[in-house]
Design a protein around this ligand. Structure first.
Ligand code: C2E
Ligand code: MG
Ligand code: MG
Length: 795
């Protein structure tokens, strides 16, 4: 160290040494800026800037060396060989250029270290070639240790200069890099100069062609000028590029911010910048984004690798938020040039809405939207799976419960669809409450629900579930608007006892449900094989009923209604008959309930009404025609209008038509029934209460509507003369009629003694086999057609 110091202070002109250091610093500064320019450029432009950098640093080293040589005063005449001096410049340019190429070939530390060391070697090679051009009358002796130290210093500082100078692109890094390069050049020079000793020898002559220090000073001045020009050029280009990239970045940022999708620009695994949409999505501030590792947002290695690859393929991932939450996103990455350098742009699309939509679609496809319960599809899938699972197990049972709301249609009609919907939701809620996790409640459609209860130890355990559901519904019913109406019937079929196929099991549960309904509702029944036969027969009859009308299998018979004192016929009751091709005559008591259940009664009832009215309209005498009307018909909102149309069509006077309704029809939907009855009354149609005494026998029902007649049910009349209890009831009803001012008709009068009893009790009208069996109209003289009708018939 001391040798080097002595060499600088004692053997050099310090002013020129300072000048050499200045020129060196200037050249190094230019070289650093130019190296950044090389990094930013590509292809031919890159080669151009590499060349310019090599020339700049080559001239810089060369000029530094020779100014320092001018500062060297060995107190002997000196000169420089022109050719070797020129060669040293070429060596400097070529070797440092090679080093620069190596340093910038790849953005890796290894490249920078190797490239920097190569530049150091270039400086050394230039120095020794330059020293070979140095001529003095004497010999040069070299200290190998100092020579090695000089080489090491040049390579070491060169490597450090490149690493520091290219680590970042800001001016601090560049200045540090340039200073380290200056140190590399100067340390090489002065250490190498300290390594040399001149041994004067008068026999050695300076060649004639060698340049004197004057000419060397001229060459150095030119070289320095070249460096100045190149430095100015590098500075100008750098400033211009920086301005351009700033503009480009601002423009890109503006564009990117306008995008709805999130955009991130990444430099390797680091975020360079991001647009406003991404900042909002990832909940990060604009200030905090630059330099953040991409892994902060996408922690999974596989995602990072795919992004870095920039393959322009869309894939889904999860964006991690600062609070630890995640957002499902769709990503696509592709390489872009940003701020003059290659980057990867990542488009980030928020797919929360899409995911929510997908989930909705899935839910809709598998669930019922009203109750939120699994739908028929999910139910079928689960049932299949459960049966598959249980196939191998013995001693375990699966119960399938089918639920159907009692009187759901009436709730819908009476209180509107909103109340009907609320009732379905209520049933879903109540039933879900009492079921275990392993059970499945599904809505199969309409008012049909089903429950899968797997893993039962005994079939009878299913009744516990059924009872719990019924109880929950009963308890909940207290508060609802459709009070008391929300009840359900349940049919139960057991796997494997009843069936092993899901469809058969479901059909059996349905049959049991039907039985539960037929046996009083609001209860449950287990499937029994004999139910199947009945249910099939019933379904068959239902099917045949649908076609009976078109096949003309219906006809009417008429039963006379007579005054008991005179025996005079005051009217006829029309009674429906079905003559089935195989079954023969089917009783209305059997088929009317089936027709009511599936609504076919509306069509049939319309036909009965029209046929009966047409017949009555043709009679000579203005007798009454009584027509039985089902509750289902009466609850039709347009029932009164259809009667009015029939009256107009057949020409029957309204007061001659008497509609017979049962108390049950009234009770099921009081307000709807009353509305229809009032409309009928307004038309002038009469209304009779049929089968009084068999249903609720409620006085309030009688009071609720101004009936025109009470018909005491035949079952009371039949034993009236022998059974005192029946006699009391008949007397009471007759008294009731008198009190309300209503005529009372006794049905089912079969014997003379019954007739006598009734006459004695001041019953005015009667109907029954004793007074006249139901028969075709032609058999009754009272039902003679008009003369005009006769004439037209004869014609
Ligand atoms: P209902 O309206 O009470 O009709 C009287 C029933 O008693 C008729 O039975 C009739 O044949 C029967 N009957 C009459 N006198 C006697 C008697 O002295 N002894 C006995 N044992 N029975 C007698 P039918 O025709 O079998 O009708 C049964 C029920 O079917 C009717 O009872 C009525 O509720 C219903 N029905 C009949 N036709 C129609 C119709 O066109 N529409 C509707 N909705 N229901 C009808
Ligand atoms: Mg009747
Ligand atoms: Mg009756």
């Amino acid at each position: 160290m001391l040798t080097v110091y002595n060499c600088i202070v004692d053997e050099h002109d310090l002013r020129l040494v300072i000048l050499a250091a200045l020129v060196c610093t200037l050249a190094s500064m230019a070289a650093m800026n130019l190296l950044h320019q090389v990094l930013r450029s590509r292809d031919r432009l890159r080669a151009f800037w590499l060349g310019v950098s090599a020339v700049s640093i080559g001239f810089g080293i060369w000029a530094t060396h020779f100014i320092a040589m001018l500062a060297f005063s060995p107190s002997l005449p000196t000169a420089y060989d022109g050719l070797l001096t020129g060669a040293s410049l070429v060596v400097a340019i070529v070797l440092t250029g090679f080093g620069m190429w190596a340093a910038t070939a790849q953005r890796k530390l290894d490249n920078r270290l190797a490239g920097g060391a190569l530049i150091g070697c270039g400086i050394t090679a230039m120095h020794f070639t330059g020293m070979a051009a140095f001529e003095v009358p004497g010999h040069l002796a070299w200290d190998p240790v100092l020579v090695a130290a000089a080489l090491a210093a040049a390579a070491g500082f060169g490597a450090a200069a490149v690493c520091v100078g290219l680590a970042r692109s800001d001016w601090r890094a560049r200045v540090c890099g340039a200073l380290l390069l200056t140190v590399a050049i100067c340390s090489l020079h002065f250490t190498a100069m300290a390594a040399v000793s001149i041994l004067p020898d008068a026999s050695v002559e300076i060649s004639q062609s060698a340049a004197t220090p004057f000419w060397l000073a001229v060459a150095v001045a030119i070289a320095s000028f070249v460096i100045l020009v190149i430095t100015a050029l590098a500075l100008w280009v750098d400033l211009r590029d920086q301005q351009r990239s700033r503009l480009e970045v601002t423009r890109m940022q503006g564009l990117a911010d306008a995008a709805v999708e999130g955009l991130i620009v990444c430099d390797g695994q680091e975020v360079a910048t991001a647009n406003a949409s991404f900042l909002a999505l990832a909940d990060v501030s604009a200030k905090a984004i630059a330099g953040r590792p991409l892994a902060t947002f996408f922690p999974h290695r596989a995602v990072l690798d795919r992004l870095e690859a920039g393959l322009s393929e869309v894939f889904e991932a999860e964006l991690t938020l600062p609070d630890g939450g995640t957002v499902p996103v769709e990503l696509i990455s592709r390489p872009v040039s940003y701020a003059g350098r290659p980057h990867v742009a990542v488009a980030v699309r928020d797919i929360r809405q899409r995911k929510a939509n997908e989930a909705d679609i899935h839910r809709l496809a598998h669930h019922d939207s009203l109750t939120g319960l699994p739908n028929r599809r999910s139910f079928a899938t689960r049932l299949d799976a459960e049966l598959d699972r249980m196939a191998g197990q013995s001693g375990k049972y699966l119960a399938l419960l089918c639920l159907d709301l009692d009187r759901f249609k009436e709730v819908n009609d009476l209180f509107g669809h909103a109340a009907g919907d609320a009732m379905l939701q209520k049933v879903a809620r109540c039933a879900s409450r009492v079921l275990d996790d392993g059970h499945m409640l599904a809505r199969l459609g309409g008012d049909e629900f089903a429950v899968i209860v797997p893993g039962l130890a005994a079939p009878a355990s299913a009744s516990v579930v059924a009872e719990a559901i019924l109880k929950a519904l009963r308890e909940d019913s207290q508060t609802a608007q459709s009070d008391g109406l929300a009840s359900t019937s349940i049919g139960i079929a057991i796997y494997p006892t009843d069936a092993s196929e899901p469809e058969v099991l479901l059909s059996h549960a349905d049959t049991a449900l039907y039985r539960a309904k037929a046996e009083g509702r609001n209860t449950y029944r287990f499937y029994e094989p004999k139910m199947g036969v009945e249910a099939r027969d019933r379904r068959l009859m239902e099917h045949e009923l649908r076609h009976a009308m078109t096949r003309g299998e219906f006809h009417l018979v008429y039963q006379p209604q007579k005054l008991l004192d005179s025996g005079e016929v005051v009217g006829f009751e029309a009674l429906l008959r079905w003559t089935h091709p195989e079954r023969g005559n089917v009783s209305p008591a059997l088929f009317v309930p089936i027709a009511e259940e599936n609504g076919i009664i509306i069509q049939i009832g319309h036909w009965v009404m029209e046929t009966a009215c047409r017949a009555a309209a043709s009679w000579e005498k203005p007798l009454t025609i009584a027509v039985n009307v089902s509750a289902v018909q009466l609850h039709q909102p347009d029932f009164a209008r259809s009667v009015e149309t029939i009256l107009a069509k057949t020409g029957l006077a309204a007061h001659r038509l008497e509609i017979e309704i049962t108390e049950t029809a009234l009770v099921r939907d009081m307000s709807r029934a009353l509305a229809s009855l009032r409309q009928l009354k307004e038309l002038g149609v009469k209304v009779a209460m049929d089968d009084f005494g068999t249903g609720y026998s409620s006085l309030s029902n009688l009071r609720a509507f101004p009936f025109d007649k009470i018909k005491i049910d035949g079952s009371f009349i039949r034993s009236v003369d022998t059974n005192e209890q029946a006699a009391t009831i008949v007397r009471a009803v007759l008294g009731l009629g008198k009190g309300l001012g209503l005529p009372v008709l006794a049905e089912g009068v079969e014997t003379a003694s019954e007739l006598r009893f009734l006459a004695a009790e001041a019953c005015t009208i009667g109907q029954g086999y004793y007074l006249g069996r139901p028969a075709a109209l032609e058999t009754f003289a009272e039902a003679e057609p008009h003369a005009a009708d006769d004439a037209s018939r004869a014609a």
